[in-house]
Design a protein around this ligand. Structure first.
Ligand code: GN1
Ligand code: MG
Length: 361
């Protein structure tokens, strides 16, 4: 964390003193996040990535209010177990500054920590339980009231088309450097269409999903070690269970960070896979159909392959979407994800067996 200042109208909009201590919270690739004092989280929503921040906030108010009621009904503690939006002093869910930036505020949930790569199977099990419970709690949410924040967000074939667009435009002349990665992607076109194909045939149900279930979007309680809260509700939309399950696996069952360049350190770990799967299914398993269960490993493959494809397209486009802190970082991220994809392909059968076993626990 590093120290920083923010324009005083932003602070005043949320009733904060100009002298409030601010710290940057690193981790996300899209929004800018700050801890203000110890009570508030301020975020500048990236309105290039999210062209309708007001839709995000409508979704977020609806979902957090719904979760608050569910938690109260089940004896939970909404102050720690769901995000809560802090409105502006004028009662608005966000503040639009004179430069066209959108700012929002949520209560900080204190004495918690998030992890990019969990250090134990137990953390993975906890994360799985939390994301499974999140999906189970939102199963009664009126999905048709949710704005579709980014259309085709996890439509993998559409992501391949975006990669083709990037290759055709090739604004930095980088496409020729990445021929091996492009071959890797396009030789897997058929598998990339599996989940959307099953959805199109009505063989997989749409549910309300989080859509960005990486490990760092879970807060763990410092005292108990339990996963207390799912954060980053920007992309809560109708989606497939396999998306949420799979995105957690890609980030959580890898032994190294997403941009690790020493690929010998990047291992897809079946013990971590098992722990997450047991946690997830203990909370969400009863509701899942046979086809959903059968395709959970395909979700892990798809989310890893898809984000790798997105990193590669962004590298070719000149790093305009994902924040980078060094040259070549998006290409490193893509290679890292494709390395995991290959390992998942080699272990697909074992993943299926573990998933079925986990359901019995
Ligand atoms: C982005 O900003 P962050 O880190 O929450 C991205 C996700 C990717 C993730 C990769 C809106 O999420 O889809 O999986 O980076 N979010 C958006 O780390 O594109
Ligand atoms: Mg996110």
């Amino acid at each position: 964390m590093s120290h920083v200042t923010l324009p005083s109208p932003v602070l005043a909009a949320f009733g904060l003193e100009p002298t409030v201590e601010l710290q940057v919270i690193h981790g996300g690739h899209i929004n800018d996040t700050y801890l203000a004092g110890d009570k508030y989280i301020l975020q500048r929503i990236n309105h290039f990535v999210f062209p309708h921040p007001e839709h995000i906030m409508e979704n977020m108010l609806g979902v957090t209010e719904f979760l608050r009621k569910k938690l109260l009904e089940s004896g939970g503690n909404p102050a720690r177990e769901t995000l809560q939006v802090v409105r502006t002093v004028n009662g608005e869910p966000f503040f639009l500054d004179d430069k066209g930036n959108y700012w929002r505020c949520t209560w900080n949930i204190g004495n918690t920590t998030s992890f990019e790569t969990p250090d134990s199977p137990e953390k993975l099990r906890e994360a799985g339980r939390a994301f499974g419970a999140f999906q189970a709690m939102l199963s009664g949410y009126p999905a048709d009231t949710l704005h579709e924040i980014i259309p085709d967000f996890h439509n993998t074939p559409a992501r391949l088309r975006q990669l083709e667009d990037a290759m055709a435009a090739d604004p930095q002349g980088r496409a020729k450097e990445v021929q091996a990665e492009l071959d890797f992607v396009f030789s897997r076109r058929e598998q990339a269409g599996l989940l959307m194909g099953l959805l199109g045939q009505g063989r997989l149900p749409l549910r309300v999903t989080h859509n960005d279930t990486k490990m760092s979007n879970i807060l763990f309680d410092d005292a108990t070690g339990k996963a207390v809260c799912v954060i980053d509700l920007d992309t809560v939309m109708p989606g497939l269970t396999a998306f949420d399950f799979g995105d957690s696996i890609r980030a959580g069952a890898s032994t190294a960070a997403e941009d690790e360049t020493d690929l010998s350190k990047v291992q897809f770990d079946l013990e971590l896979y098992q722990a997450y799967t047991e946690g997830f299914l203990s909370a969400a398993g009863d509701a899942l159909t046979e086809t959903e269960l059968d395709t959970l490993p395909d979700g892990a493959w798809a989310m890893t392959f898809e984000v790798g494809t997105r990193f590669l397209a962004d590298y070719i486009n000149g790093d305009v979407y994902f924040r980078t802190s060094r040259p070549g970082q998006n290409l490193d991220r893509a290679r890292n994800q494709f390395h995991l994809v290959k390992q998942m392909e080699a272990q697909r059968q074992e993943m299926g067996r573990i998933t079925r076993e986990a359901l019995k626990k």
